[in-house]
Design a protein around this ligand. Structure first.
Ligand SMILES: [Zn+2]
Length: 435
């Protein structure tokens, strides 16, 4: 960070007192313009606005394209050099004072789920643009180049950030997104070029860091009245399909002590999952969210086969493994008691993405210097930051979501919390730029 010290060289003879104080870019005094962020959030809310509230700004829809045009205008007004990369991500760049340094990235996304809210992704995107504008207005030049990145299609599978990570496959480009367009056609629609995706890819070490401001989407900060969540990482998510085989038999003639009831075993299994997950300290979660099939599915037949889902999430992959092994052991006991058989098939694994410990402490320091309270916490939801974590050190800043509601038109964060979050983003960036 460059501090203009020229003023001090004039000395008293030069009339130091005559210099307007606000021209001295004292970085600790830098603040974002909270009202301007809110104006931008409200204006963006018009693109894809639902009559019943909230937005449906699904990636690759007309509303998404128009919203992105509006965002491009904001980026230009913040004196950023704007490009759309081949994946369709919006990138606004500002030169640093040391040309050889890798860039620092800040950003989020502006696409939404169907009937979503006005804050998920938007707070971090408008916050990042505001940070760039605040730096420009105060003539502060960072040492690292700064890039504001608005990732495309976060809600449909982190498509933009995965392209940057080099993880987006050719096969995926042909999948049909929620907009009705394939991802390939969607990327073209928003100004990208799917043939040139290779050029978007960045290698490990090519970014000096990535910071993302985001609403918590849970109710912890709101309930505990804490200003800022310092995210420890984005949890790993493991999914299995669990098949329970029993024996389908006559529900009237088969005595109760002579049954192989797969659904009864499933009920015991669901309780066992809850018991195992809550039996050890920590913030891990486990869910049976779906009973896919109960066969043959008649009131007068004992269920012979059940298929259900199992999901486990935690910041620590070893803990997920340990919990899964305990759940399997419980399943074996249930199988023996009920004369059924359990089979587990792994469906999907997202490995945990820890944030950088050094950036976590910078976020905590920045918040403390601003007089804000903090809490360390995991992110139970996925974010573009999890892909950036494979390219360089990342940090995430959470602000309270009122009532913990998200992916809903009722999603809401208070303007003062949004301004606080953007100020923490600004000061974390300034401090990170110096190390
Ligand atoms: Zn989001």
């Amino acid at each position: 960070m460059k501090i203009n010290r020229r003023q001090f060289n004039y000395g008293l003879a030069g009339g130091l007192l005559a210099l307007p104080l606000r021209r001295i870019p004292l970085q600790s005094a830098l603040r974002v313009n909270g009202k301007r962020i809110m104006d931008h959030i409200l204006a963006l809310a018009e693109f894809g606005k639902n009559p019943q509230g909230g937005v449906s700004r699904i990636a690759y829809s007309d509303a998404d394209k128009q919203g992105r045009e509006y965002v491009l205008g904001l980026m230009r007004a913040a004196k950023l050099d704007v490009t759309i990369d081949a994946a369709g991500n919006l990138i606004g760049r500002r030169q640093g004072s040391v040309a050889s340094l890798a860039p620092l990235l800040i950003g989020s996304h502006v696409d939404s789920v169907p009937e979503g809210g006005n804050y998920d992704g938007v707070v971090g995107s408008m916050g990042a643009i505001e940070v760039a504008q605040t730096l420009a207005e105060n003539n502060v030049t960072t040492r690292h180049p700064l890039e504001v990145v608005i990732f495309q299609n976060e809600e449909g599978g982190l498509i933009g950030s995965r392209a940057m990570e080099g993880e987006l496959t050719e096969k995926e480009l042909d999948l049909v997104s929620r907009s009705g367009k394939t991802i390939r056609d969607g990327i073209k629609f928003i100004g990208g070029d799917p043939v040139k995706l290779g050029g978007v890819r960045r290698r490990k070490g090519e970014i000096a860091g990535y910071l993302e401001l985001h609403i918590e989407q849970g109710g912890i900060l709101d309930a505990e009245k804490i200003n800022i969540g310092v995210v420890e990482g984005i949890v790993g998510i493991n999914w299995w399909d669990v098949t329970i085989e029993g024996f389908a038999n006559h529900a009237g003639t088969t005595p109760m002590n002579n049954r192989q009831d797969a659904l009864l075993a499933a009920a015991k299994f669901i309780q066992a999952v809850n018991r195992v997950v809550t039996s050890v300290p920590g913030r891990q979660v486990g869910t049976v969210g779906r009973i896919t099939a109960v066969l043959p599915g008649a009131p007068n037949v004992i269920p012979g086969k059940v298929v259900l889902s199992l999901e486990l999430r935690d910041l620590d992959a070893a803990k997920i493994k340990m919990l899964f092994e305990r759940i399997q052991a419980e399943a074996q006991k249930i199988a023996a008691e009920s004369k059924t058989k359990f089979d587990f098939k792994e469906i999907n694994v997202n490995i945990p993405a820890p944030t950088d410990p050094r950036i976590r402490s910078i976020i905590s320091d920045a918040a403390r210097d601003l007089g804000l309270t903090t809490k360390q916490m995991p992110s139970g939801a996925g974010h573009d930051a999890q892909d950036m974590a494979r390219l360089g050190p990342v940090g995430m800043i959470f602000i309270p979501s009122v009532g913990g509601i998200s992916h809903s038109p009722r999603e809401f964060s208070h303007p003062e919390d949004i301004a606080n979050g953007a100020n923490v983003l600004l000061h974390t960036l300034v401090k990170l730029d110096k190390v």
